[in-house]
Design a protein around this ligand. Structure first.
Ligand SMILES: [Mg+2]
Length: 259
């Protein structure tokens, strides 16, 4: 018999809100390039973009990307990357409320979940808390169940050590936990350590230009629905309960629909 699930682990960006809503493009383009020009001394937004894209493709986290770029001597002369400064920059300068709105169906469903709810993002903590606040979900993910990149560095998703650190802190085994994610790299890594996986692929038939613009800021990580590492595919997080009503039963069981 399959191990009973106890814990739902949610990625935040492009998982708890739709990839096409415009927020990811807002965060991953001008907001981070401005930071790199003003705080790190890049000569132009284009130079900032080239470096950020190269390292983000490897790490899927801007904080880790800039940390490694600095260690490899790729930042402008004299630049000193401070993850807290980027966290502060994003938390105070992004227009959260313009793009992110509470999703009543998701909110209501998660409030009835019998499982332990955990948020695990490659973004920085203050930023992550602001996203959850704008989505009306902050109280569902209190500090001890919100994991940001600072909590798992020097690792970050998709490194197994990052997942292991989170699972240990919440007292769950990989087999008891379900990872809800939009990133294929993270889905594959979660599956490899024994977690169950749900891919959030983004709403279908919506604003394709916005979706493409957001995916372009995350090179090499677009959803691949036929990947064997995926147990369940949904379009949006608010479809989780309909796709897996077994997780809302008491006791919860793992009974995914056939793929
Ligand atoms: Mg994500």
């Amino acid at each position: 018999m399959a191990t009973a699930p106890t814990t739902l682990v949610f990625d935040i960006d492009d998982t708890l809100y739709d990839v096409a809503c415009g927020f990811t493009t807002h965060r991953n383009s001008d907001a981070v390039y401005d930071f790199m020009v003003k705080d790190l001394g890049f000569e132009s937004s284009a130079a900032a973009k080239a470096l950020r894209d190269e390292y983000f493709a490897r790490y899927h986290s801007t904080v880790k990307a800039l940390t490694v770029a600095e260690a490899e001597g790729k930042l402008p002369e004299g630049a000193c990357f401070d993850a807290a400064a980027l966290s502060e920059w994003w938390a105070t300068r992004l227009d959260f409320e313009r793009y992110l709105k509470p999703d009543e169906a998701l909110n209501e469903s998660l409030r009835r979940s019998p499982l332990t709810l955990v948020a695990f993002t490659n973004g920085p903590r203050r930023y992550a808390a602001r996203v959850l606040e704008a989505l009306g979900l902050r109280d569902l993910f209190p500090d001890e169940r919100l994991f940001a990149v600072e909590d798992v560095m020097p690792a970050c998703k998709p490194e197994p050590a990052a997942f292991a650190a989170v699972l240990e802190r919440v007292g769950a085994t990989a087999e008891e936990a379900i990872m809800v994610e939009d990133s294929m790299k993270n889905i594959r890594a979660a599956k490899a350590i024994g977690m169950r996986t749900v891919l959030v692929r983004g709403r279908q038939g919506g604003d394709d230009a916005s979706k493409a613009a957001a995916e372009a800021t995350k090179p090499g990580d677009a959803p691949q629905e036929d990947d064997p590492a995926i147990d369940v595919v949904i379009d949006a997080a608010n479809e989780l309960e309909a796709a897996l009503p077994c997780l809302w039963q008491t006791p919860a069981v793992w009974k995914p629909p056939a793929r």
